[in-house]
Design a binder for this molecule. Structure first.
Ligand SMILES: [Zn+2]
Length: 534
């Protein structure tokens, strides 16, 4: 008879353990937005931080009280009471109660060496501290998650004592006992055998918290679930202390799509890729393109012959359909791309044979541009315009006659850029002027100032992302830069690219492409005069 699998709770610690990661930091507003995104993803628990550590952490819990979380339980993190005191009057325990979260996480020690050397107390008193802290928090009506720090090392060193810690947690009423591989040194086989050895004991439900120091945090999490864990902790993108935490962006799809475990977030997996990228944007870290499931490269196909198979039979080349995690297949436009890749990309414009001279012309044009530093994999807006130019389906918005920008700074005040430009469309010459903090804002402002009276649709477009990469940094100030601009009209996003030695010129190119992409892709059938308010 098939066994029914346990519901596995997903516990996110992006905002607590994840913040211990090198170069990871979030503002209070970022934390609140990430928490709402995680709630939307139906993650079960969101660990918000350590309320006693600083005002920002305490403010997070305060702000969370006025937010309606549909699914996730906000959780405050703290440690067991101090040796020799009482839980009810301990500052850490008080801070947990005062955070007013439905769930609290209490970390306690399992490894005798840590109890003696770090806490400076006895193994016996540590058990008292655990029992007293957890039972007090239970008496305050909290759901209690007990994190057993250095559990695996403690268990290997003295399994009898580790078991006493688990029993103290169970007797105190902990809702889940989370076995933590705090230094990330445990391997999947050890996780399996230790979880299995605990089955003989009557304990509260078990969970796992793994770090990636041996590169197996995800494998350890899956091993724990297969051996009975019903609660798994991790972070979005796996960012966290040292080599990071177990990556929830990999654990969640593996549990749902590969192992068939029910999870609440399983129904929301299509939001996973955008969650990953949203958190990356907030952390201001370039997302790992090669990250399983959610990376830009996860479903990218480059070689021409390979691309042929992908178009005909995707299931032969991909382990799952990327759409299930909100990712999309990328048929890469590159020097290696075969004609079938281009033909696939041209579908929007009609049916083209591989032998069509326009296909060859397009490949030559793309190769030339790639050699100059352009990249179209993530700039579908600019790619669209190149195709239109080759197919003679391109409609220019305006031609630049000239622009002039001037940056100024007075004393310690914020520097400003003032600019004006002259533009020519089909009928008239227009002038636009603007003042912005930086040159891109000024260019955008002046372009709109000149064009919006004649093209009202521009009012609905806005820039949502601007990224710059230096292409050949060895040549210092003469380096080329590549600029990507992402724009939206509220329902659709598109990215355009510009390359130049001058960052302003590269930005201008991407900016004009951004407007022209929209202009060329909406209401093409209307006579010219009616196209103005698209
Ligand atoms: Zn940790």
């Amino acid at each position: 008879m098939a066994q029914t699998k346990n519901l596995v709770a997903i516990f996110d610690t992006t905002l607590r353990d994840g913040m211990q990661g090198l170069e990871v930091s979030y503002t209070l507003e970022d934390k609140l937005e990430i928490a709402q995104y995680l709630d939307d993803m139906k993650v079960d628990y969101i660990e918000g931080g350590f309320p006693l550590s600083n005002e920002k952490e305490a403010a997070f819990f305060q702000r969370c009280r006025s937010i309606h979380f549909r699914h996730a339980k906000i959780s405050a993190f703290g440690s067991t009471r101090k040796p020799g005191g009482k839980a009810s009057s301990d500052a850490h325990i008080r801070a947990l109660v005062e955070a007013e979260t439905p769930t609290v996480v209490v970390v306690g020690k399992t490894w005798v060496a840590h109890v003696e050397k770090v806490l400076g107390t006895t193994a016996e008193e540590n058990l008292e501290m655990i029992f007293d802290s957890l039972s007090y928090l239970k008496s305050q009506g909290r759901e209690v998650v007990f994190d057993l720090e250095h559990f695996f090392d403690g268990y290997k060193d003295n399994s009898d004592y580790a078991l006493k810690v688990l029993e103290a947690g169970t007797q105190a009423g902990a809702d889940v006992l989370v076995l933590c591989d705090t230094n990330g040194g445990t391997l999947p086989g050890q996780v399996t055998s230790i979880f299995e050895s605990l089955r003989a004991h009557d304990l509260a439900p078990l969970g796992g918290h793994f770090h990636n120091d041996c590169g197996v945090a995800v494998a350890n999490s899956l091993a724990a679930v297969e051996a009975g864990a019903i609660h798994i902790q991790g972070t979005v993108n796996g960012w966290g202390e040292r080599c990071g935490n177990a990556n929830l962006c990999v654990i969640m799809p593996n549990l749902s799509l590969k192992l068939g475990y029910p999870t609440n977030s399983g129904s929301e997996l299509e939001k996973l890729t955008s969650l990953s990228r949203f958190v990356a944007e907030k952390a201001n870290i370039i997302p790992d393109k090669r990250q399983p499931y959610v990376g830009v490269a996860s479903f990218a196909h480059k070689a021409g012959q390979h691309a042929d198979v992908i178009i005909k039979a995707p299931h032969l080349m991909e382990h799952v359909d990327g759409a299930r995690v909100g990712n999309s297949r990328l048929v890469v436009l590159s020097e290696l791309a075969g004609k079938s890749t281009i033909v696939e990309k041209l579908k929007k414009f009609g049916h083209f044979e591989k032998s069509d001279p326009r296909v060859t012309q397009l490949i030559t044009t793309l190769k030339n541009l790639e050699n100059q530093g352009y990249e179209f994999e993530a700039a579908e807006g600019s790619f669209d315009l190149i195709v239109r130019k080759v197919l003679k389906k391109y409609r220019p918005l305006v031609n630049l006659k000239n622009y002039h920008l001037e940056a100024y700074k007075t004393g310690n005040a914020q520097s400003k850029t003032v600019g004006r430009m002259f533009l020519q469309d089909q009928e008239r010459e227009v002038m636009g002027a603007s003042v912005g903090v930086g040159p891109v804002e000024t260019l955008d402002g002046a372009l709109r100032d000149g064009l919006e009276p004649h093209y009202p649709f521009l009012k609905r477009l806005r820039l949502i992302d601007y990224r710059v990469r230096v292409l050949n940094p060895e040549s210092a100030s003469a380096a080329k830069v590549r600029v990507f601009i992402t724009s939206t009209n509220g329902t659709e996003d598109w990215t355009t690219v510009g390359v130049n030695e001058n960052i302003i010129e590269a930005s201008w190119e991407a900016l004009v492409d951004s407007f022209e992409y929209f202009y060329n892709n909406h209401d093409e059938e209307l006579p010219f005069e009616q196209q103005r308010d698209l």
